[in-house]
Design a protein around this ligand. Structure first.
Ligand code: SAM
Length: 286
């Protein structure tokens, strides 16, 4: 009979037999709602000829759902204490490999190349909340050859990731996410779906990665420099942080804004992605 990894009794028994206890600082909130992992795998694009990269296995509840549907699964998990549990819960699944490492220190491009060798790949994960944005940005910025990234994050983070540029809800990360991908909020997951239950609800987001690079390298660098500077003082008029960041007098910044057809009083959150493209182009020409 298949192991019921969302059953609290089964989880507690595994923990006590292997002497495992949660490490809160690693964002260890494990899924106990049986309907969620199959949905992440399905919506995430898992299929027979597709490979999956998972970040953070926990006891392998999502890993198993990915393994059922995909050609091959590679998962990166930081906590060595989960090794004996995973040896048991993933036993017999010969298309799964767990790498015990910190995802932030792992050369994911090299891992994908070595393990999947160019096959179509998706990323699926219930992300540890303390590094949600850094992990997402690492995958996006390193331009991993992945088709989509489907991740569970805190509800507020999901709203921010999926917020359209130039709306009140958007942040610097909304622009980055929209630059590299097309984001979509898939479904909400309430806090009672986890053990231990966190203080906030979660949501699953899918980012369909853009294959075309939208700007040349130098303009891309300028783009993110401008966005970061703008959002570091989002309540202020954009001209102020830009003047400080680029060490230019405000009059010169005002001219640049005018050339880009942006009103001089604009704040960072009022600009469209295309407005930022124009600014990046002008700054690169200077
Ligand atoms: N996938 C499991 C589930 O849904 O029940 C576990 C999800 S839990 C929210 C996050 C997992 O990420 C934990 O197993 C934790 O140990 C792992 N983790 C935390 N920080 C990590 C890091 N820097 N690199 C790799 N894994 C990490």
């Amino acid at each position: 009979m298949e192991l019921q990894l969302t059953n609290i009794g089964v989880i507690k028994e595994l923990f006590s037999r292997h002497g495992f206890s949660f490490t809160k600082s690693l964002g260890q909130n494990f899924l106990i709602n049986p309907s969620v992992c199959p949905k992440i795998a399905e919506f995430g694009g898992c299929a027979e000829n597709v490979c999956a990269l998972e970040i953070g296995t926990g006891i392998g509840v999502l890993t198993r759902e990915l393994a059922k549907r995909c050609d091959k699964v590679v998962a990166v998990e930081i906590d060595e204490g989960l090794r004996p549990i995973l040896e048991e819960t993933l036993e017999g699944l010969d298309n799964v490999e767990v790498i015990f490492a910190d995802v932030m220190q792992t050369d994911l491009a090299a891992v994908l190349e070595e393990k999947f060798g160019g096959k179509e790949t998706v990323v699926c994960a219930n992300l540890p909340y303390y590094i949600t944005s850094p992990v997402i940005m690492r995958v996006l910025e390193s331009r991993l050859p992945v088709k989509a990234m489907t991740v569970m994050v805190q509800k507020e983070a999901a709203d921010r990731l999926c917020a359209a540029p130039a709306t009140r809800e958007c942040g610097a990360i909304s622009y980055a996410v929209n630059y590299y991908s097309v984001p979509k909020l898939l479904f909400k997951v309430n806090r009672g779906s986890f053990m231990p239950a966190p203080n906030v609800d979660s949501a699953v987001v899918r980012l369909d990665i853009r294959t075309e690079k939208m700007l040349p390298e130098n303009e891309e660098q300028a783009l993110f420099r401008i966005i970061r500077a703008g959002f570091s003082q989002r309540r202020k008029q954009l001209a102020n942080p830009l003047s400080a960041e680029f060490n230019m007098p405000k009059t010169q910044i005002a001219e640049i804004l005018q050339t880009a057809n942006i009103k001089p009083s604009a704040r960072a959150e009022e600009l469209s992605l295309e407005d930022y493209f124009s600014l990046a182009r002008i700054f690169c020409d200077k």
